[in-house]
Design a protein around this ligand. Structure first.
Ligand code: ADP
Ligand code: MG
Length: 824
C-alpha cells in the first residue's frame, strides 16, 4: 500500500499582455516547497474592503511558469502517475481552474501543433511504449470517455453517436454494488491494442464532444470530461490479474456564477457547474477534516465517479491552471485556495489484484482430474461419471442376497468404489423406509463391523472423498463468483458485444476514396506499420460521415464555404499543418527509401562476409591449415561495416516510427480543424440565411450580422471569462454590451431561441437546403463583401483578420435590403 497526499501542481498560462507582469512571483528555493505569490494590484486592493491583504502565498509541489512546455508538464506530472498505473495502482490527474486558464490545453492539448500534444496523447504513447517493452506479461488496455454535463453522464464513445445526438442516447448512470463499488451503466469500454487505436478513440470522443456543442451551447466549458485508461495485466499461466485505472480529468470552468452575470439557461448551467464543483469542494473539505465519518460522495455524479481518486485507492494529482491576469486575480486566488485544501487529502493506493474465477476453475478442474487419475491407479480402474445400469442392478442383487442370507457372518462385498458403497447405503435406506425389511440395528451393526475391518482403506477413501467434496464446493463458489462477475460486467461495462459490433463495423468500413495525402505513396517495402492505413480509413470515413455534407451542398453554399474558409482565422493553421504534413510525408518517404537501401546493403554485406569466410576455409583446407592464424582483416572490415549499417538502420527505423506518430497526430489535428471550420460555417450560414429573411425586403442596417470567427488576437482582447472560446456565439445569449438595433421580428426570433434552448441543444438551427435560397444568400454575402472592400482604405482590407470587421463597419454600410435586390 502506498500512502500519499494528493500532489498539487500549478501551471501559469502565458499572458498576452506584457503589462500583466508583476502580478505574481514564483519563489523556487531548491530545498523548500515552491511558493506562488499573488500580488493584488493597488487599484484592485483599494476597491475592496480596507483590510484586504495585498499578497497571497500558496505552496505547490512544483510551479510551472508561462514558458513551461507540454513535454515538461508530461515529464513532471503525468509520467510518474503513468508509471504507478503500469505498476498496478490507480491514478488520476485532474485539471482545475477557470475557463480559459488552460485545462483542456494541459489535459488534451492544443489543436494546432504536434508539440502541443497534451497529457492524454503523451501518456498513451508512454504507456504503449512501456507495454511493448514488457513481454513477460499479458496486457489488455481499454478506453472509456465520459462527459458529465448538468449532472447527466454521456458516453462520448457510444457508437450510436453517429446516428443520434447526445441527448437521445441513453444516459450513463451510476450503479453501486453491495460492496459499494461504483459501476457505470451505459458507458462503453473499447479495447485499444495500439497507441494509434487509443488515439483514434480520443479523437472520436473529442469530435463527438465538439459535434454536440452548438454555437448556443459552448458546453465544453461547462462540462467535465473523464478519459479513462483501463489496464489489466497477468503473468502467463497465473490466475491473478492486476487492474489499474488512470482517469485524466478536464473539469468544467471553476468560475463563480455571480461573476458571469448571465441569465436563463446559462444560469442553470453555471449553477450546475457550481453545484458539481461545489460538491467536489465539499468532499474535499470533508476529507481534509480529521475524524470525519461521512464523506458526501453521493451528492453528485462526478464525485461518485471519482470517489476512489479522492481519499481512496488512488494516486491523485491536481493541476491548478492559472490565467494570472489582473481581471482574473480573484478566480486565481480561489483556484489556489482550492488546491491547498486538496493537498491535505491522504490517499491510500493499493495494488488491485484479483483472482480470475475462470482461470481458477480451470486450475481446479485440472486438480480434480489428477485426483481421479490417482484414484484410478489406487483402485485399478478408471472412474466414470456415474455407475452403469448393469452395475446398479448387480449391486441391488448383492444387497438382496446379503439381506436374505441368514448367516450372521455374511458380508456385502462391493469393492472399494465409494460410489458403490454410497449406492448400497441409499438402497438400504430406501428399503428401510419402504418398511420392506426389519431388524435395521442388525444391518447397521453389520455394516459398522465391516467398516472397522478395513479401517485403513476407508480412511484413504474418506480423505479423497473429502478433497473431492471440497473441490466441488469451491467450484460452486467460483461459478457463482463468475456469474456475478459476468453480471457486473454486463451492467457496468455495456459488455463487449458492443465492442465487437463496433469492431466489426469498423472493419467493414471501406477506405475513403481520397485518403489524406495518400499514405500509399510510401515505398511498398517500407516497414509495415507505416503502411497500415485501415485506421485512417476508419477515422476519415467517420469524419466524412460526421461532417460529410460537402458534396450535398448546393453550388451557392460551396462557393460561400470557399469564401468563408479563405477568411477564416484557422485556415492559416490548416494550411501550415498541411505543409508540415506534406513535408513529413516526403521525409517519411525518403526515410523509407533509405531504410530499404540500408536493408539491402546489410544483405549484401552479410553475403560478402559468408563468401569471404567460405573462401578462407577453403584456402585453409587446400593449404592444410586448420585455422588461419592471422585474423582476416577484410572480414573484420566487412563486419564493422555491417555493424555500422545495422546501427544506421535502427536509428532510421526509430525516426520513421516517430514520424509516423507525428503524421497521425497532424492528421487528427487537421481533421478536427476542418470539422470545426465546417461547423462554424454552418452556424454562420444559418445566421446569414436568417438575417436575409429577416431583413428582406428592407431593413436599416447590417449591424446584426454576426462576424466571421475571429483571429485569436482579437478574441484574446475581447473575450469574457466564460466565453473566451467564441464570443461570437456567446454574444447570442449574453446581453450585448452595446444594444444592437433589431427588427421586431428578429427580436422575437432570438427571444424564442433563447427561451427554448433545450437541456442540451441539438445542433444548430436547420439549414436551408433550397439551392435557390442558397444562391440568394450567397449573393447577399458577396454583395456585402464587395461593399466592405470598397469602404476600406487601401491596405486595410481585412483589419481584423477577415470579415470580423463587418460588425464595426455596420453603420457605414447600406441596408441589407439594398444588397440583396434582384440581380445584384
Ligand atoms: P480551458 O480548458 O481551461 O477553458 P483552454 O485549454 O481551452 O482553457 O485554453 C484557452 C486558450 O488558451 C486556448 O486557445 C489554448 O490553446 C490557450 N492556452 C492555454 N494554455 C496555454 C499554454 N500553456 N500555452 C499556450 N497556449 C495556451
Ligand atoms: Mg476546456
Amino acid at each position: 500500500m502506498v500512502k500519499q497526499t494528493i500532489q498539487i501542481f500549478a501551471r501559469v498560462k502565458p499572458t498576452v499582455r506584457k503589462q500583466q507582469q508583476g502580478i505574481y512571483s514564483i519563489d523556487e528555493d531548491e530545498k523548500l516547497t515552491p511558493n506562488l505569490e499573488i500580488i493584488l494590484p493597488r487599484d484592485l486592493a483599494d476597491g475592496f474592503v480596507n483590510n484586504k491583504r495585498e499578497s497571497y502565498k500558496f505552496k505547490f509541489q512544483k510551479i510551472f511558469d508561462q514558458g513551461a512546455s507540454q513535454e515538461t508538464i508530461f515529464e513532471n506530472i503525468a509520467k510518474p502517475v503513468a508509471e504507478s498505473v503500469l505498476a498496478g495502482y490507480n491514478g488520476t490527474i485532474f485539471a482545475y481552474g477557470q475557463t480559459g486558464s488552460g485545462k483542456t490545453f494541459t489535459i488534451t492539448g492544443g489543436a494546432e501543433r504536434y508539440s502541443d500534444r497534451g497529457i492524454i496523447p503523451r501518456t498513451l504513447s508512454y504507456i504503449f511504449e512501456q507495454l511493448q517493452k514488457d513481454s513477460s506479461t499479458i496486457h489488455t488496455t481499454h478506453i472509456s470517455y465520459l462527459e458529465i454535463y448538468n449532472e447527466c453522464g454521456y458516453d462520448l464513445l457510444d457508437p450510436r453517436h453517429e446516428a443520434s445526438s447526445l441527448e437521445d442516447l441513453p444516459k450513463v448512470t451510476i450503479l453501486e454494488d453491495p460492496d459499494q463499488n461504483i459501476h457505470l451503466k451505459n458507458l462503453s469500454l473499447h479495447q485499444a491494442a495500439t497507441e494509434e487505436e487509443a488515439l483514434n478513440l480520443l479523437f472520436l470522443g473529442d469530435t463527438n464532444r465538439m459535434i454536440a456543442e452548438t454555437p448556443m451551447n459552448q458546453a465544453s466549458t461547462r462540462s467535465h470530461c473523464i478519459f479513462t485508461i483501463h489496464l489489466s495485466s497477468k503473468e502467463p499461466g497465473s490466475a491473478t490479474v492486476r487492474h489499474a485505472k488512470l482517469h485524466l480529468v478536464d473539469l468544467a470552468g471553476s468560475e463563480r456564477v455571480a461573476k458571469t452575470g448571465v441569465g436563463g439557461q446559462l444560469l442553470t448551467e453555471a449553477k450546475y457547474i457550481n453545484l458539481s464543483l461545489h460538491y467536489l469542494e465539499q468532499v474535499i473539505i470533508a476529507l481534509s477534516e480529521k475524524h470525519r465519518a461521512h464523506i458526501p460522495y453521493r451528492n453528485s455524479m462526478m464525485t461518485s465517479v471519482l470517489r476512489d481518486s479522492l481519499g481512496g485507492n488512488c494516486m491523485t494529482t491536481m493541476i491548478a491552471t492559472l490565467s494570472l491576469e489582473k481581471r482574473n486575480i480573484d478566480e486565481s486566488i480561489s483556484t489556489c485556495r482550492f488546491a491547498q485544501r486538496v493537498a491535505l487529502i491522504k490517499n491510500e493506493a493499493v495494488l488491485n489484484e484479483e483472482i480470475d474465477p475462470r482461470l481458477m476453475i480451470i486450475r481446479l478442474q485440472k486438480e480434480i482430474q489428477e485426483l481421479k487419475d490417482e484414484l484410478a491407479i489406487f483402485t485399478g480402474e478408471q472412474r466414470t461419471e456415474a455407475l452403469s445400469d448393469a452395475e446398479l442392478l448387480q449391486l441391488e442383487k448383492l444387497i438382496t442376497s446379503f439381506l436374505d442370507d441368514q448367516d450372521p457372518e455374511s458380508r456385502l462385498e462391493v469393492g472399494t468404489d465409494m460410489r458403490k458403497i454410497h449406492h448400497c447405503f441409499h438402497h438400504l435406506k430406501k428399503l428401510l423406509n419402504d418398511k420392506k425389511i426389519h431388524g435395521k440395528s442388525t444391518v447397521s451393526c453389520e455394516i459398522k463391523d465391516q467398516d472397522c475391518q478395513e479401517p485403513l482403506k476407508e480412511e484413504e477413501y474418506k480423505k479423497l472423498r473429502d478433497i473431492l467434496q471440497q473441490r466441488d464446493n469451491e467450484i460452486n463458489i467460483l461459478v457463482n463468483m463468475l456469474k456475478k462477475e459476468k453480471k457486473k460486467a454486463q451492467d457496468a461495462l455495456h459488455l463487449s458485444s458492443m465492442d465487437r459490433s463496433e469492431c466489426r463495423h469498423s472493419q467493414s468500413l471501406p477506405f475513403p476514396p481520397g485518403n489524406p495525402e495518400g499514405l500509399r505513396t510510401l515505398p511498398s517495402s517500407a516497414p509495415k506499420q507505416i503502411q497500415d492505413v485501415s485506421t485512417f480509413g476508419y477515422r476519415s470515413s467517420l469524419l466524412h460521415r460526421k461532417t460529410g455534407m460537402r458534396e450535398e451542398m448546393s453550388l451557392g453554399r460551396q462557393e460561400a464555404f470557399e469564401i468563408f474558409k479563405r477568411d477564416h482565422a484557422d485556415s492559416v493553421t490548416i494550411e501550415d499543418n498541411k505543409q508540415i504534413l506534406k513535408q513529413r510525408f516526403s521525409e517519411a518517404k525518403a526515410l523509407g527509401e533509405s531504410i530499404n537501401e540500408t536493408r539491402s546493403k546489410i544483405g549484401r554485406l552479410k553475403e560478402e562476409i559468408t563468401q569471404r569466410h567460405m573462401q578462407q576455409v577453403a584456402l585453409g583446407v587446400s593449404e592444410n591449415i586448420a585455422m588461419p592464424s592471422m585474423p582476416d582483416l577484410l572480414e573484420e572490415k566487412l563486419r564493422s561495416q555491417l555493424e555500422e549499417e545495422k546501427k544506421r538502420y535502427k536509428t532510421m527505423f526509430t525516426h520513421l516510427k516517430a514520424l509516423k506518430v507525428e503524421i497521425e497526430h497532424l492528421q487528427l489535428l487537421m481533421d478536427k480543424a476542418k470539422m470545426k471550420l465546417q461547423k462554424e460555417f454552418e452556424a454562420w450560414w444559418t445566421e446569414e440565411a436568417t438575417s436575409l429573411q429577416v431583413n428582406s425586403p428592407a431593413v436599416n442596417s447590417l449591424s446584426h450580422v454576426k462576424p466571421f470567427p475571429q483571429t485569436p488576437e482579437f478574441q484574446q482582447e475581447t473575450s469574457q471569462p466564460l466565453f473566451n472560446k467564441s464570443n461570437v456565439n456567446a454574444r447570442k445569449i449574453l446581453p450585448s454590451p452595446s444594444p444592437i438595433p433589431h427588427s421586431q421580428e428578429h427580436n422575437s426570433t432570438s427571444a424564442s431561441l433563447e427561451s427554448s434552448v433545450p437541456e442540451r441543444p441539438a445542433s444548430s438551427v436547420p439549414l436551408t437546403g433550397d439551392s435557390q435560397t442558397d444562391s440568394d444568400i450567397l449573393a447577399f454575402i458577396k454583395a456585402r463583401q464587395s461593399i466592405l472592400q470598397k469602404k476600406w482604405p487601401h491596405g486595410l482590407e481585412k483589419p481584423l483578420g477577415g470579415p470580423s470587421g463587418v460588425c464595426l463597419l455596420a453603420s457605414t454600410v447600406p441596408a441589407a435590403g439594398e444588397l440583396c435586390s434582384p440581380n445584384k
